[in-house]
Write a protein that binds this ligand. Structure first.
Ligand SMILES: Cc1ncc(COP(=O)(O)O)c(C=O)c1O
Length: 387
């Protein structure tokens, strides 16, 4: 086996969740998805497609109607974008991998802003690239990017900058000024920006979407933006995403899709077309509900003794640490025995050791309150044992 593969760490979140298999008494907040189902019209569209017998291979880059719908959706939020720049992928994570295959190979340097969802940094490692990590820091009560450090880390030798904002797990979001500085710098060094913007619509500021590189970049900039139906439309199990690329890259991405998945299933794409036809009303409701969830959980967590938490501006996660608990995997494991499932920070990199991630996307916000009660009870027991 290749060393890069043999040395790949497994997902610590999965490891924890596997330890809880068969226990139905655990309130699980460790995965990045809501417990709510996909809206009915989207499910109906997929069912109708299957009834029509749409069970065959489709074109690599996606159904023309879906590529058009995505281009229209992207253009309504950002700068105008032609369908010729859109590739439909079988999930966001598949899009990220395919884009990385196109851009970085053995020995290439990839700079990543961390902590981050571990798949993002595992993918270049699988391909043999070297990942240089630039950590976010907590400053003045917020997760913050040290822009000077980031720019100093990106040189002519850097093939790809990987940045996920709104960020999983911290909720940190790039500002427009930071985006401008990063884009200008990467133009100088010839570095590709791979922007993971799957949480752009789960943004709790007045704007309809978080700042996107697609607001400021030219169509031929070295920019790949990855997006997904998973988070904005409650479609995690469907495995449907897309990427926006410069037109000169589209054909290559199509070839890579052929060799990876060949195409996204047609009935799944039909669901995507319906999702986009109802995008604004669906997302308005989802975002408002997700904000209620955030505003239910965050103040309650902050009331617990020793908790440090920066209110997330986007995404679906509360990322927090508890004074006196520095081993996040050990703590998360103990919490499972108290009936609560949280993701250990160390799953997102050594920089996040000591932290815990709580996904607050929940159909019933009262479930979050029950979780906090369990956490408080568990911490009280742990404090008594420690004392
Ligand atoms: C930052 C980030 N990017 C991409 C994804 C991938 O989403 P999907 O593969 O479900 O489209 C996730 C899922 O959790 C994520 O957190």
């Amino acid at each position: 086996m290749r060393d890069a593969i043999a040395n790949l760490p497994g997902s610590k979140i999965r490891e924890l969740a596997n330890a809880a298999i068969g226990r139905d008494d655990v309130l699980a907040f460790w995965f990045g998805e809501s417990d709510d189902v996909t809206p009915e019209p989207i499910r109906e569209a997929a069912i109708a497609s299957l009834r029509r017998g749409e069970t065959f291979y489709a074109s690599n880059l996606g159904l023309p109607a879906l590529r058009e719908a995505i281009a229209h959706y992207v253009s309504s939020l950002h700068r105008p974008c032609d369908a010729s720049r859109i590739a439909v992928t079988s999930s966001g994570v598949s899009g990220l991998m395919i884009a990385m295959q196109a851009l970085a190979g053995p020995g290439d340097e990839v700079v990543a802003v961390v902590p981050v969802w571990p798949n993002l940094t595992a993918q270049p490692a699988i391909l043999g690239a070297r990942v240089k990590r630039v950590p976010l820091v907590v400053r003045g009560g917020s997760w913050t990017l040290d822009l000077d450090t980031l720019l100093a880390s990106i040189s002519d030798a850097t093939r790809v900058l990987l940045v996920n904002a709104p960020n999983n797990p911290t909720g940190w979001t790039l500002t427009r000024d930071e985006q401008r500085a990063i884009l200008a710098h990467c133009r100088r060094t010839g570095t590709w920006i791979m922007a993971d913007e799957v949480y752009e619509r789960l943004y709790f500021e007045p704007q309809p979407a978080a700042p996107s590189f697609l607001d400021i970049a030219e169509p031929d900039d070295r920019l790949v933006v990855i997006n997904s139906f998973s988070k904005s439309f409650l479609m995690t199990g469907w495995r449907l995403g897309w990427m926006v690329v410069p037109e000169t890259l589209t054909a290559t991405i199509g070839h890579l899709i052929e060799f990876n998945t060949s195409c996204a299933p047609v009935f799944v794409q039909r669901g995507g077309i319906t999702a986009l036809a109802h995008a604004e009303e669906m997302i308005r409701d989802l975002r408002a509900h997700t904000q209620v969830c955030r505003d239910t959980l965050v103040p309650q967590l902050m009331q617990l003794p020793g908790v440090q938490l920066c209110t997330p501006r986007g995404g679906m996660y509360a990322f927090f640490r508890i004074a006196g608990h520095d081993d996040s995997f050990a703590l998360a494991k103990r919490l499972v025995t108290h009936g609560i499932g949280l993701a250990p920070g160390v799953a997102f990199g050594d920089e996040a050791e000591g932290w815990l991630r709580w996904c607050f996307a929940s159909r019933d916000p009262a479930r979050l309150t029950r979780g906090v009660e369990r956490l408080a009870a568990a911490l009280a027991v742990l404090a008594t044992r420690a004392g």
